[in-house]
Design a protein around this ligand. Structure first.
Ligand SMILES: [Fe+2]
Ligand SMILES: [Fe+2]
Length: 328
């Protein structure tokens, strides 16, 4: 891990030196400034991972520094901790109102200071990770939608399948992390269709045997596409097995019952429900009600009965209809 940089802004030389050596002992890289102006100059050269600043300083005080830092978009998420000797309530309130992450009172014990710094750095890393995950998801949706464009009858398919699947998982009480993986899998489930010819995807009327053979390759082709991309590994079970059926009559492997990965069993329901409620070249769409009844009647043959139960709960509370209406 690269060393983390702390910008320490303090007008007292003694205190600045003392804090600097304390932080350096903990392997932080420390840059310093004696007031807000100096701090901003330093920040032009090096962007710190955290700012620790006194409030009362000559030239530019801590509050002014805070506002200058937050005014720049590239610095907006740097954790900012105020450090001050003033025990007056109004200073604490002013700092909090400005939105500082923490407010530490001098004299402060080294342990308390280090704990505050570590927790702020940890939190800002989590935030960065969350932002990163969000942008991954957005770019994957873009890619999946690009594939959908070739298949004009399935516009919005990816988003709806993702939301139907998530609703089922929520009824099953899944953790945020597992739901996140499931969303990824849902986005990518048909990614292998990128290799299926447009002529097959857009064909009006039923597919010939050869065309079906071709179409049925999309799960395995999808796996080939994402294999080796570590971040997408967890979506492979969904990509590979979303056309398997509970009674073993699905493809590509004819897996039966619980041999089918659970995420794929969920996406199978979400995917079929969406396919049934959208118009396809070869048939007219069903109403949500009719499609729901189809899913229920496939319980135990095409679909996992437990997943159908969860889907039924979601249906009864109108969650499914809400999604159906929200992504036209
Ligand atoms: Fe598919
Ligand atoms: Fe699909």
């Amino acid at each position: 891990m690269t060393e983390e940089v702390i910008l320490l802004v303090e007008d007292s030389d003694v205190l600045r030196q003392g804090l600097k050596s304390l932080l350096e002992q903990e392997d932080y890289k420390v840059i310093t400034g004696g007031n807000g102006v100096e701090a901003l100059e330093k920040m032009e050269e090096t962007t710190p991972d955290l700012i620790l600043a006194d409030i009362l300083m000559p030239e530019m005080d801590g509050y002014e520094l805070f506002e200058a830092v937050r005014g720049r978009s590239e610095w907006i998420s740097i954790p900012f901790i105020f450090l001050t000797a003033r025990r007056e309530r109004r200073h604490i309130l002013a700092g909090k109102r400005l939105g500082a992450d923490d407010y530490l009172l001098k004299p402060i014990s080294p342990e308390d200071l280090l704990t505050a710094i570590r927790s702020r750095l940890g939190r800002s890393q989590q935030l960065l990770l969350a932002q990163l995950q969000e942008s991954y998801e957005a770019s994957l949706i873009m890619l999946a939608n690009a594939i959908e464009v070739r298949d004009p009858y399935t516009r919005g398919h990816v988003e709806r399948v993702m939301n139907y699947a998530q609703t089922i998982a929520e009824y099953l009480g899944w953790s945020t992390n597992d739901i996140y993986t499931l969303r990824f899998g849902s986005i990518l489930h048909d990614i292998g269709k990128i290799h299926i010819s447009e002529q097959i995807l857009r064909k009006e009327g039923t597919l010939t045997d050869e065309e079906w053979i071709e179409m049925k390759k999309h799960p395995e082709m999808g796996v080939e596409l994402v294999q080796g991309i570590h971040y997408l590994d967890s979506s492979i079970p969904v990509i590979l097995s979303h056309h398997e059926r509970w009674n073993g009559s699905g493809y590509p492997h004819g897996l039966k019952g619980e041999k089918i990965p659970i995420m794929a069993r969920i996406v199978a329901i979400a995917d079929s429900f969406d396919a049934m409620t959208t118009e396809r070249p070869y048939r007219k769409e069903l109403t949500p009600e009719q499609a729901f009844n189809e899913v229920v009647s496939g319980s135990g043959t095409q679909y996992d009965p437990l997943m159908v139960d969860a889907f039924t709960h979601a249906w009864e509370t109108d969650k499914i209809t809400e999604i159906f209406l929200a992504f036209p």
